[in-house]
Design a protein around this ligand. Sequence first.
Ligand code: ATP
Length: 207
Amino acid sequence: MKTILFGGTFNPVHLGHLHVLHSIAFHTDYERVIILPASQPPHKAYRQVITDSQRLELLHLAVEDYHRLYPDDRALECIIDTCEIDRGGKSYMYDSVMDIHTRYEITGTLALAIGDDLFPTLKDWYRGDDLIQLLHFVVITRDQQNENRVFPNQLDGEFLEVAPVRCSSTSIRDQLKSTTGCLYSLKEQLSESVLDYIIDYGLYKND
Ligand code: ATP
C-alpha cells in the first residue's frame, strides 16, 4: 500500500495537523497515513504535561473528527502507530522508518509528511543523510511567506502549496494555561471532540 508517515509531538493534536491529513488526501495518492506520536522529540524541549495515554486518546478522537470534518475526502487509512512511545527515549525518525518497514507492506518509496517549518532542519536529524535516501518528502505549507519555492535537487519530494492553517500546539497550550473564561474560543484551533476532552479533563491548566 502507498504509505506516508506523519510524525509529531501532537501535544495536543490540532486543526493544523488535520489539515495535513486533508492535504495528503486531496493532493496526493497515498492510501495510508501512519501517524507517529513521538516519545521525546529530539529537536525541541518537551515537558510531559499530559500522559502518553491522554495524548493518544486525543489523537484517536482527532482522527474521528478528521473524517467528520472532511467527509468528501477520498478514503485514506489513518493508523496511529505507537512504536516511538513504546521505544521510549528520543524518537528518531530513522529508527521508526526501519521499524515500519519490518511491520507494514509498503508499495513504492515510503514518504514523510512534514511542515515547512521543520523541513529545513532535516539535514541535522539523526542519520539525516540516510533518511534523504530512504524517503519521499511531502512538505506542507505552514508559512505562506515561503512562496515560489524550488524543491532541493538532492531530495526526492514535493511542496504541497496549500493555504496555511495557522495554529500550533505551543500557542494552544499557552492559551489553555492562561484562559480563565470561555475555552470555546479555541474552536478555531482544535477539533470538537479534542476540545471537549481537554475541557472535561482539565488538561494543560497546570502546565
Ligand atoms: P509545537 O508548537 O509544540 O512545536 P506543533 O504545533 O509544531 O507543536 P507538532 O506535533 O510538533 O506540532 O508537529 C508535527 C508535524 O506537523 C510537523 O511536521 C509540523 O511541521 C506539522 N505541523 C504542525 N502544525 C502545522 C500546521 N498548522 N500546518 C501544517 N503543518 C503543521
